[in-house]
Design a protein around this ligand. Structure first.
Ligand SMILES: Cc1ncc(COP(=O)(O)O)c(C=O)c1O
Length: 315
């Protein structure tokens, strides 16, 4: 009798929350049944019936690595480089037991099936799915996810250039790993967007620009015909586009200095640009509200844009 009394009390006074738009009869039936449950948006269900993808460690912790590559004219660009970086990222977070030649085949098959000429391919691997616990089970099976989407090039932005703003680099100390954990990058991009900017340039504790929140960063001293960019290391992603830019810049007779610059030094440069797979080279017209060079894409940037396209379309 006291037990029954307690149960009625619990259901009607303690456990029952104030009514919400999501309340359903099933909510109350399950709550009084003394079982582990989950709520997925407006649905309450037994914990054992939660779809496995909702227990993915990628969702709980960003515990995984990813890649983005693209195609030009129906041909995948730099697939080997992207796969090599993916394999390295996975190894660096101790994601083991992966068949990377199988992943390569999955990327090729999906791209083929899409029939898209100009595609953006995203894929990630997470450590697996299980009930939430910081420490993963030793036998957890990694999970793979991939999308192929139409990529829309924006030639206008290459002609006008984009606005960027600086933002503190709040990321962790292994930015060389292409981890799913992108919260600081996202917050920086949201802040940039609020300021009407396309990208945030991340500035580290030493006052140096590391890279964009989602792109590599370059500065050009036109008189010295020198290209500056942050050196490879833990502080930046080893961008595939960055590597191509360095190669074509050298081929075009530019000197390359893998040396970071401060926002003040960048402001005095003749040209600034961003580099990323989905957009290749994007000139910067304004940084923190100040015009870069004469406000239009500079000669070096334009040459690099043209050479990049030629290189990408010939591979
Ligand atoms: C932080 C960061 N840096 C640089 C890049 C550019 O890398 P990639 O040229 O391989 O696309 C990206 C791309 O997503 C990025 O997120």
């Amino acid at each position: 009798m006291p037990n029954l009394f307690l149960k009625i009390l619990t259901v009607s006074f303690i456990a029952k929350p104030p009514p919400t738009q999501y309340d359903t009869p099933i909510f109350y039936r399950l709550e009084s049944a003394n079982m582990e449950i989950a709520r997925i948006d407006d649905q309450i269900l037994p914990l054992t019936e939660v779809p496995v993808h909702l227990l993915d460690r990628g969702l709980f912790f960003g515990d995984g690595v990813y890649e983005v590559l693209r195609s030009y004219n129906g041909r995948l660009f730099a697939l080997d480089e992207h796969l090599a970086r993916f394999e390295r990222s996975a190894a660096e977070i101790q994601l083991t037991g992966i068949n990377f030649s199988d992943i390569r085949q999955q990327v090729l098959d999906a791209f083929d099936r899409s029939g898209l000429q100009t595609a953006k391919i995203y894929f990630h691997l997470t450590r697996g799915a299980e009930l939430r616990d910081h420490l993963p089970s030793p036998d957890l099976k990694p999970r793979f996810f991939l999308t192929v989407q139409q990529l829309h090039d924006d030639p206008k932005k290459k002609q006008t250039g984009v606005k960027v703003c600086t933002h503190p680099d709040l990321r962790w100390k292994r930015c060389d790993i292409k981890s799913l954990n992108l919260l600081p990058n996202i917050l920086a991009r949201m802040e940039a967007d609020r300021k009407g900017c396309t990208e945030a340039l991340l500035v580290n504790d030493q006052g140096l620009i590391t890279e964009g929140a989602g792109s590599a960063f370059f500065a050009v001293n036109g008189r010295e015909k020198t290209l500056y960019t942050h050196p490879l290391g833990f502080e930046i992603l080893p961008s595939i586009t960055r590597a191509v830019v360095l190669q074509i810049a050298r081929d075009a007779g530019l000197s390359v200095l893998e040396q970071a610059v401060t926002p003040q030094q960048a402001a005095k440069m003749d040209e600034l640009f961003l580099a990323v797979t989905t957009k290749d080279i994007l000139p910067i017209a304004q940084m923190d509200g100040r015009t870069v060079g004469n406000g239009k894409p500079g000669e070096c940037t334009k040459t690099l844009i043209a050479s990049f396209r030629q290189y990408a379309e010939s591979r």
